[in-house]
Write a protein that binds this ligand. Structure first.
Ligand SMILES: Cc1cc2nc3c(=O)[nH]c(=O)nc-3n(C[C@H](O)[C@H](O)[C@H](O)COP(=O)(O)O)c2cc1C
Length: 296
């Protein structure tokens, strides 16, 4: 349990910390006493620290220097956020220009602030900028897809794989023609796995951590939005991620720890083209669940 100390002189007994964290903090029944650090497990989320109006809470994980003021005037408006979300596009055509380490650092600075289950902050990053390694990752992906296509086209191995993987394989079966297209295009000299990206960011985590995959993919989306505002472009490297789900050769190539798995990936570079317009999407399909109106 993290050490939390509440300064009795600074505490104004407003109760905000107890409301935001009833699992750990507890108001003692006698009025005028500071909340007690009682039970439960502190996630080190820092809510109590940043909410306290009198800075009375000292938490060993958030020492001075790790607490920063919020600047409401810097928050984008809803319209600005919507503009960003509507105009973000997958970019697959990149200029032959490297992405600087400073830009990558900003992208990952955004990524590391994504929420994570139990505040595990489980996601880690591998940044591949070596063209030869990127080419090897494409090769390993295509090799795996080629093998999978052969197995799925053979009725016996297809049945065995279906029995072993169950519903998970249905997507690959339905998508077989697309997988075959990627392999055939590669054989003809064009890479439609990573599209000659100058940078590949892989999002990985210890597979034992709960929700590790969800955490990683939330970090991917934070990163993708940072990419956009930096004037860069990216696309989600689905083929690479899908192969990493079943085959550990890419993880080995980039020296991941044994128990880590790659859950997400972004190919990042400077876009060759700029989109002038954005297009409509399906309207949000919403089912409202509301209390039934009382009829008397
Ligand atoms: C899980 C996932 C996997 C994806 N895999 C690929 C991929 O392997 N290659 C690719 O070029 N785009 C991939 N994409 C990008 C989608 O094709 C793209 O998001 C979609 O066509 C919508 O276009 P937009 O991103 O420009 O809005 C993937 C996206 C997601 C969310």
């Amino acid at each position: 349990m993290a050490k939390i100390v509440i300064d009795a002189e600074l505490c104004k007994h407003c109760g905000r910390c107890v409301q935001v964290c009833p699992e750990v903090l507890f108001f003692q029944p006698e009025k005028g006493t500071v909340p007690e650090v009682r039970y439960g497990e502190c996630l080190a989320c820092g809510h109590c620290v940043v909410l306290c109006p009198s800075e009375a809470i000292c938490h060993e994980d958030f020492l001075p220097g790790s607490i920063h003021p919020v600047h409401p005037e810097m928050q984008p408006s809803a319209e600005q956020v919507l503009e960003l979300l509507r105009t973000r596009r997958s970019v697959r055509e990149f200029r032959n220009q490297p992405v600087s380490k400073e830009a990558i650092a900003k992208i990952l600075e955004g990524a590391r602030f994504a929420p994570s289950a139990h505040n595990s902050e489980s996601t880690q990053f591998v940044v591949v900028q070596d063209r030869a390694t990127i080419a090897q990752i494409v090769q390993l992906t295509v090799d795996y897809l080629r093998k999978l296509i052969q197995q799925l086209r053979n009725p016996i191995t297809r049945r065995i794989l279906r029995w072993m993987a169950g519903k998970e394989l249905e997507g690959a079966i339905a998508n077989l023609h697309n997988l075959a297209k990627v392999v055939a295009t590669y054989d003809n000299g064009t890479d439609t796995v990573l599209y000659q990206t100058p940078t590949l960011i892989l999002f990985h985590a210890d597979r034992k951590v709960g929700f590790a995959g969800v955490n990683a993919n939330l970090a991917v989306q934070n990163a993708a939005l940072m990419v956009e505002v930096l004037g860069l472009g990216c696309f989600y490297t689905g083929f690479v991620v899908a192969v990493c789900d079943r085959d550990n050769r890419i993880a080995k190539l980039v020296n991941l720890p044994e128990d880590h798995k790659i859950y997400g990936g972004l190919a990042v570079g400077y876009p060759k083209f700029n989109y002038r317009n954005w297009i409509e999407r399906k309207p949000a399909r919403i089912q409202w669940v509301e209390a039934a109106e009382k009829t008397s």
